[in-house]
Design a protein around this ligand. Structure first.
Ligand SMILES: Cc1ncc(C[n+]2csc(CCOP(=O)(O)OP(=O)(O)O)c2C)c(N)n1
Ligand code: SF4
Length: 350
């Protein structure tokens, strides 16, 4: 279902260099649960694109399937969009980018979408260094299909159905660095002070930019023993049997300084430890980034900030040596040079 926002806005809304207000970067009204971290990320994307003076029609937003993958409907209504099959967003993004490299590609995915069914696509889009922003809204569960463990769920966490997750989590950020991603950052959906500059940097990065954003699922955090549990919902669902109760919760927000360790309490009372990187962190040291992630994991901390950057990556079009003019703007003569040239090419293989 789609709910359109009223067009009326305050007449004094600030405008960017293009003369647009932030309203021109919004989408339809979100149908996600009140308090879902994903909505905060959509708001951060709206703000970043508004502040960067990006023409909305020069953006293509792509996603797979999941609550997270619904979010492109909630930002940049005036841009291009494609909601693809579960886990297949990278392939669609690759095809679109090869046809028209002049758009800004923002891919949105969930931890289920990226780390399970879409893992094959995730690793290959990284090694091809597609010029895009890839956002994983990471809540540790399959929100849309009612809270099964995803491959990023902590070992030992208990799902809504009561099963204990016996598997260690996949760390998408270290995997991305190991596979050669040219920009890797982590953040928390409620920390807009950190998210805003990271998003802007990712948008301006001329290669694959991966943002792993911890984004609490307020509805399926209902399992005692889970790091994302929500006891109250579970009790209510048990007594009614067939219906479920989705509480209206306040979005969790938190700002904290560089180098600081902070605890963020989720709606169920469980606590996540976020450690923001120091000011003097060298994001160009790939091995240190991997080591820091492993150390943080051992201390059960989520390391946030820009973890790694390669400032001069060779993106896919450079690797393939494609034409300067995007393929979708080449005429038939350039795309199909004719029989004589084809004959010469064939001769070259004899
Ligand atoms: C091929 C296929 N398999 C399974 C599904 C069912 N399905 C829909 S969304 C989803 C997982 C969503 O989880 P995640 O990507 O973490 O997003 P969230 O809803 O938590 O934001 C699954 C398994 C599907 N739609 N298509
Ligand atoms: S089920 Fe979870 S992930 Fe989905 S909209 Fe609700 S809070 Fe967000």
């Amino acid at each position: 279902m789609t709910f359109y926002k009223p067009v009326f806005r305050h007449p004094e809304l600030p405008k960017n260099k293009l003369g647009y207000t932030s309203a021109e970067y919004e989408g339809t009204i979100s149908t996600l649960c009140a308090g879902c971290g994903h909505d905060s990320i959509s708001t951060a994307i709206v703000q970043a694109c508004f502040e960067l003076d990006i023409e909305p029609h020069k953006v293509a937003k792509l996603s797979g399937i999941g609550c997270s993958s619904k979010t492109p409907a909630y930002f940049l209504s005036n841009s291009h969009g494609f909601n693809s099959v579960h886990g297949r967003m990278p392939a669609v993004a690759t095809g679109a980018n090869l046809a028209n490299k002049d758009l800004l590609y923002i891919g949105v995915s969930g931890d289920g979408d990226s780390a399970s069914i879409g893992m094959g696509q995730f690793v290959h889009v990284i090694r091809k260094n597609l010029n895009m922003v890839y956002i994983c809204m990471n809540n540790g569960v399959y929100g849309l299909t009612k809270g099964q463990d995803s491959a990023t769920a902590d070992v030992g966490s208990i799902s809504k159905a009561g099963s204990v997750n016996p598997y260690p989590p996949i760390d998408l950020a270290s995997l991305a660095i190991e596979l050669g991603a040219s920009f890797v950052a982590q953040s928390f959906s409620g920390d807009k002070d950190q998210l805003n500059p990271l998003l802007k940097a990712a948008i301006n990065h001329p290669g694959f930019a991966f943002l792993n954003i911890v984004s609490p699922c307020v509805t399926f955090n209902n399992n005692p023993g889970s790091t994302k549990s929500y006891q109250f919902v579970r009790e209510h669902a048990a007594c009614t049997g067939r219906t479920d109760y989705v509480p209206v919760m306040d979005t969790i927000t938190k700002s904290y300084a560089e180098g600081e360790l902070t605890s963020i309490e989720l709606h169920d009372g469980s606590v996540l430890q976020f450690h923001k990187l120091d000011n003097d962190w060298n994001p160009e040291d790939r091995l240190s980034a991997i080591a820091a992630l492993k150390k943080a994991e051992a201390k059960q901390e989520v390391l946030t900030g820009l973890l790694y950057i390669n400032r001069n990556p060779k993106e896919l079009h450079q690797i393939l040596n494609t034409s300067d003019t995007p393929l979708n703007r080449l005429n038939e003569g350039a795309l199909c040079p004719g029989n004589d040239i084809l004959r010469d090419i064939n001769e070259g293989f004899r």
